[in-house]
Design a protein around this ligand. Structure first.
Ligand SMILES: *[C@@H]1O[C@H](CO)[C@@H](O)[C@H](O)[C@H]1NC(C)=O
Ligand SMILES: *[C@@H]1O[C@H](CO)[C@@H](O)[C@H](O)[C@H]1NC(C)=O
Ligand SMILES: *[C@@H]1O[C@H](CO)[C@@H](O)[C@H](O)[C@H]1NC(C)=O
Ligand SMILES: [Zn+2]
Length: 487
């Protein structure tokens, strides 16, 4: 820590001197990049190399097609990790495996049927962590639809013995997710026998979106947006609905898995690190190409690009391919435990777990000084790629354990050009237009997230390579700064 401060104070003094001299000589930002012409040259090389390859896409397509869904505790995840490891070796890179104990939730068979006012199959996706229906049998119950937790409170006397259906409006993922997380817990308090939650998504084609739910003593599952809307209409007309629900969901003992770590050791300060990564696990119904095979593989690709150009950063750059982000975040927690001695030596941690479309920058959580530095760096080195924006202040789940201890953190941001101006898109719903933009909360990412439709065709080779290029430039240039990012 002392070293860091001495280093940063001398850096700031030099910056001030160079700033006052620069007024005449240097028209643009006069931080240390101008003394380091290599930064621009190396960034160009990285971007050029990235754009002349399809490596990330080809590997991700092979991995998702061949191994499919990769929930923690599954053999598919372990096979995908093994294959990934072998491919990383082929790049001439080393891989470290850091063991992680992960939970093992199993969906089993499940179905729901509307029995009245007509018979209809109701598509469901049991929520991760849910229990099954009692005694291994189907349950049959009448339905109560509510559109919010407020309405649940108002109608709490009607809940007993019913299946509660949440027909909540999508107001962005982070806002609406509360129905999936706590809907069952709240309904069970008033005597509900099950909870069905409208899929947390702005858009539906009879798609069910699974995801984690907090432990409850009643089963819970996602239903489609279309069915939730129909149940709501039926209730408004006074039509009684009855549903048969069957779920075998259960939790097995924890299993061993591992985080994969790929590094290029720093030439001057190998003990200081720039960390970035995504997660290898996915939900059991999703190939997890977007969430988050893409994030894991562009992180690996960023290291591969730097390595293939023979570039060696001053500090160590490290990609972490986490496991168990989806249902427990044990990979992120274990990384924190294994690397706690490095917190003061970690310049920044960046996660890419919000899609890998057109990169536009990072959301940053850290000091004002560090933010200014990154803003300049982004403009200088990533402006041309359109990937240099620094805004926001959020970070990803896997790195949250180190972020909460004061390590500067970033979340890699991309935009899906298919969605464009969300506020004017009549296919999407939002309660308070115009929705702020650009905001990935409303991007096409959440059309497919945690569904069977999260497949490789949603991604493009070019976008993945641009993401890898942007990540590589961020990581490499931050690793080459004179100091660790100021706290
Ligand atoms: C992964 O590789 C290890 C080491 O070669 C092997 O022991 C293990 O069985 C493999 N796992 C699977 C699921 O194939
Ligand atoms: C890291 O820095 C903090 C803040 O100065 C200090 O309290 C802590 O002891 C340091 N930890 C290590 C492992 O050096
Ligand atoms: C970065 O993005 C934010 C959020 O969209 C925007 O408000 C800001 O103007 C952008 N900054 C630059 C320098 O483009
Ligand atoms: Zn994810």
């Amino acid at each position: 820590m002392t070293m860091v401060w001495v280093c940063c104070i001398s850096f700031l003094l030099q910056l001030q001197i160079s700033l006052s001299m620069a007024v005449i000589q240097l028209p643009s930002h006069s931080w240390e990049l101008q003394k380091d012409q290599n930064a621009k040259k190396d960034s160009h090389s990285i971007i050029e190399a990235a754009l002349s390859s399809n490596s990330a896409y080809n590997r991700l397509a092979y991995m998702t097609d061949t191994f499919g869904p990769r929930l923690s505790g599954s053999i598919a995840l372990e096979k995908a990790l093994n294959w990934t490891k072998e491919e990383i070796f082929k790049d001439g890179l080393e891989v470290q495996e850091e063991p992680v104990k992960v939970p093992c939730w199993v969906r089993g068979h499940e179905y729901a049927t509307l029995r009245s006012p007509r018979v209809k199959d109701v598509r469901i996706a049991g929520l991760g962590g849910s229990i099954g229906t009692p005694n291994g049998k189907p349950l049959i119950a009448r339905v109560l639809v509510v559109s919010s937790f407020d309405e649940l409170e108002t109608r709490k006397n009607e809940v007993k013995g019913r299946i509660v259906v949440y027909n909540e409006i999508f107001e962005g993922y982070s806002t609406t997710i509360k129905y999936r997380l706590t809907g069952a817990q709240r309904a069970e308090k008033y005597g509900a026998v099950a909870a069905l939650v409208r899929s947390v998504s702005p858009f539906g084609l009879q798609t069910v979106h699974t995801g984690y739910t907090n432990a409850a003593s009643i089963p819970s599952a996602a239903i489609t947006k279309e069915d939730a809307l129909m149940f709501s209409r039926m209730q408004e007309r006074g039509q009684e609905m009855e549903i048969e629900l069957y779920m075998e969901a259960h939790t097995l003992p924890d299993q061993m898995s591992r985080n994969l770590i790929i590094e290029i050791k720093g030439s001057e300060k190998p003990e200081e690190v720039v960390v970035f990564g995504g997660h290898m696990d996915s939900w059991d119904i999703a190939d997890g190409a977007m969430d988050d095979g893409g994030g894991a593989y562009v992180s690996w690709e960023a290291i591969r690009l730097i390595h293939s150009l023979g570039l060696v950063p001053k500090r160590t750059v490290r990609a972490v391919l986490f496991v168990n982000e989806e249902n427990g975040a044990m990979g992120g927690q274990q990384y924190y435990t294994d690397h706690v001695h490095e917190l003061n030596l970690t310049s920044i941690a960046i996660e890419t777990d919000e899609g890998n479309f057109s990169p536009y920058g990072i959301s940053f959580s850290g000091s004002h000084k560090a933010r200014n530095l990154l803003t300049d760096l982004g403009q200088e080195l990533l402006g041309q790629l359109g990937a240099g924006n620094v805004s926001g202040e959020d970070y990803g789940t896997d790195i949250s354990y180190v972020c909460e201890k004061g390590v500067p953190c970033g979340s890699f941001k991309t935009l899906d050009p298919r969605v464009g101006n969300y506020a004017n898109n009549p296919c999407l719903e939002f309660s308070n237009p115009p929705y702020p933009e650009p905001d990935m909360e409303m991007s096409a990412y959440f059309w497919y997230h945690h569904t069977e439709a999260d497949t490789i065709d949603k991604l493009s080779p070019e976008q993945l390579q641009r993401c890898a290029a942007a990540l590589a430039v961020w990581a490499f240039s931050i690793a080459n700064l004179r100091c660790l990012l100021p706290r």
